[in-house]
Design a protein around this ligand. Sequence first.
Ligand SMILES: Cc1cc2nc3c(=O)[nH]c(=O)nc-3n(C[C@H](O)[C@H](O)[C@H](O)COP(=O)(O)OP(=O)(O)OC[C@H]3O[C@@H](n4cnc5c(N)ncnc54)[C@H](O)[C@@H]3O)c2cc1C
Length: 235
Amino acid sequence: MKIIKTKGKITKIIDLSPTAKEIWFELENEMEFQAGAFVNLFVEIDGEKIRRSYSISSDPAKRKEISLTIREKKGGFISNIFWLENVKEMEFEIMGPLGKNTADKIKKEKVFLAGFGVGVSVIKAVLLEILKFDHVREIYILTGSYNEEEILYKDFFDEVKEKNTGKKIFDRFILSNPKNENYPFTGHIQENIDDLDFSNSSIYICGQKIACDTLKEKIKDNAAENIDFIIESFG
Ligand SMILES: Cc1cc2nc3c(=O)[nH]c(=O)nc-3n(C[C@H](O)[C@H](O)[C@H](O)COP(=O)(O)OP(=O)(O)OC[C@H]3O[C@@H](n4cnc5c(N)ncnc54)[C@H](O)[C@@H]3O)c2cc1C
């Protein structure tokens, strides 16, 4: 895919949870990308150009308009900008697509998509893409979030599950701090997978590096065999 640098104008901002927003940018030039790719976003603040990376959360079929799903980092420099009232008037430079951990690396019939926190937005984009892959037959979606309000894209996953996609779709939303004290899947993703057979699968994991690495080790400890891991970590 050709890496381009273009301007992005915010067209829409959607509140997803108390700490996450989906930001839609109209691009000056089309960007061809694969699900799982990220962009570098440049913002000029007080004469200084600051750069941060964000994964693309929208469908690659749309090349002129992309969404980024951004979690507010208290004390952070760039993420907080999207909570400002005048953000739509700001200029953004966008460079991409970047990254190699894209949906085309998913080669097996059985696929696990695991997303931690805002990494769930990448899982959503990858899911949109692999639904079109004939070789993919079974998809297991595992998300790890703080509480019920912070599960990103649950409605989207529910909708895909209910639709007749011709594929077996399973999902499990794990919460580290559920409000409902009887919530069945608590803790982290790796503490809620002992009943799942990961053998002979492609496993796409996205989130903070430590979370991705811990889950990968746990799956390997479960003696699962013949696995392709694709790990997109946020550092
Ligand atoms: C490949 C990739 C993809 C990514 N995709 C996404 C994505 O899809 N969505 C997303 O939300 N994020 C994503 N990230 C993370 C993103 O790039 C930023 O790191 C994140 O938004 C924080 O940036 P920031 O400018 O708000 O915070 P920063 O200014 O970078 O600060 C980060 C943290 O450090 C603390 N900090 C900053 N300065 C100091 C200081 N002087 N002393 C002590 N603490 C300090 C802040 O409180 C904050 O908690 C991705 C990262 C990578 C590498």
